[in-house]
Design a protein around this ligand. Structure first.
Ligand code: PLP
Length: 407
């Protein structure tokens, strides 16, 4: 007899967290570990945001809030969506959730019928397929071609739509590749959906959590703004974790069609009541305060990318397939190294590779299979300068040793 149901038994643990757990275990055992596995900015949450949280506690703002989130925060988000993104949402069309993660999961849980499909361009963020499966849907992977910078094309999308496609899930800037769709590219993808003869009701879920983390001259535009043809058929997800260095505060949000947001609020009201009140006041301050700390944070990520590229150029058989324009990850491939040493056990798959990197070289990275590519791995450059520099040197050393080493 089992104590848990089939659904629970089928839930896979988040691979990023599994890597982190092993890294912590090794560190506890006294090993020097460089953790490049998790995606969180290395800077502290700015003081003005912490001050707002302290003030909220002092003022007794410590009680249950509206399930959708405090009205002040939802109004500030509506204003942000209007002024920064050109999107027209009222506070009533917005829900504040426990990170962007809960917003995504709740969208799936209130919209998917068993067997409904969600198209996920690959490589993709680790949690998407698991969330969709937990909500009873079916993830359908659409691989972006390497020669197209991992981007999917409108023709690919048209061919992948079926009568069961509930959502196309777009994530630009992307975790793990850092690809960013331009305004025109988003418009073309949206038009492929809007003009589909196979399905006239497919929605888009646009995960814009890395909106602020862009460089190399990229100009971010929200999907719904880029593609007016899809107005009213888009749920936009965003949050405070990445842009405001607030990962632990757990504040995200969704804006979208009234019917979906209202169902999400009912779902949240029964499941969690709301997110915690203090974080909501902190997030309000984050939006209303001085955001000048963001630009130098992004510059730091960019500099780390550039420095990492220089080192990785000398790592035999390691290819950075794509020069990111956003997010803070480097998604690399060891497929060329595998061609050089096809029988090397560390190159059997991405789990073997990242295990070897962690156990023998002390670097925690995430295996590519978690993102849909078993000859790749991902590091985060949001860790400290020193960690990123040491980490990429260790990757180069591993590649050099594998390349030169007889089995
Ligand atoms: N979407 C993507 C692509 C992410 O990488 C993450 C976090 O890693 C999230 C959503 C969720 O972030 P949070 O729940 O911290 O807002």
């Amino acid at each position: 007899m089992t104590l848990t149901n089939k659904k629970a038994q089928n839930i896979k643990p988040a691979e990023t967290l599994a890597v982190k757990a092993r890294a912590l275990e090794l560190a506890k055992a006294g090993k020097h570990i460089i953790d490049l596995s998790t995606g969180e900015p290395d800077i502290e949450t700015p003081e003005y945001i912490k001050d707002a949280a302290r003030a909220a506690i002092a003022a007794g703002k410590t009680r249950y809030t509206a399930a959708a989130g405090i009205i002040e925060l939802r109004e500030a988000i509506a204003l942000k969506l209007k002024t920064e993104n050109g999107l027209d949402y009222k506070a009533a069309d917005i829900i504040v959730s426990n990170g962007g993660k809960q917003a995504l999961y709740t969208v799936f849980d209130v919209t998917l019928e068993p067997g409904d499909e969600v198209i996920i361009p690959a490589p993709y963020w680790v949690s998407y397929p698991a969330m969709i499966e937990m909500a009873g849907g079916t993830p359908v992977f659409l691989p972006g071609k390497l020669e197209n910078g991992f981007k999917i094309t409108p023709a690919q999308l048209t061919a992948a739509l079926t009568p069961r496609t509930k959502f196309v899930l777009l994530n630009s800037p992307s975790n793990p590749t850092g690809l960013c769709y331009s305004e025109q590219e988003q418009r073309a993808l949206g038009q492929a959906i809007a003009n589909s003869k196979t399905n006239s009701s497919t929605l888009v879920l646009s995960d814009e959590i890395y909106e602020r983390v862009v460089f190399n001259g990229f100009k971010f535009v929200s999907f719904e703004k880029a593609c007016p043809e899809m107005a009213g058929r888009v749920v936009t997800i965003n949050g405070f974790s990445k842009s405001f260095a607030m990962t632990g505060w757990r504040v995200g949000y969704a804006a979208g069609p009234k019917e979906i947001i209202a169902a999400m609020v009912r779902h949240q009201s029964q499941a969690t009541s709301s997110i915690n009140s203090i974080s909501q006041w902190a997030a309000l301050a984050a939006l209303q305060g001085d955001q000048r700390f963001i630009a130098p944070m992004i510059e730091n990520f960019k500099r780390r990318f550039d420095d990492a590229f220089e080192v990785l150029k000398e790592a035999p058989g390691i290819t950075v397939d794509f020069n990111p324009q956003g997010a803070f990850y480097l998604f690399m491939s060891f497929r060329e190294l595998k061609k050089m040493r096809p029988d090397h056990p560390a190159l059997a798959n991405s789990v073997a590779f990242t295990n070897c990197l962690l156990e023998n070289y002390g670097v925690a990275a995430v295996m590519g299979v978690a993102f849909g590519d078993d000859t790749a791995f991902r590091i985060s450059v949001a860790a400290s300068d020193k960690a990123v520099a040491e980490g990429v040197r260790a990757i180069r050393k591993m590649a050099q040793e594998i390349r030169g080493m007889a089995l």
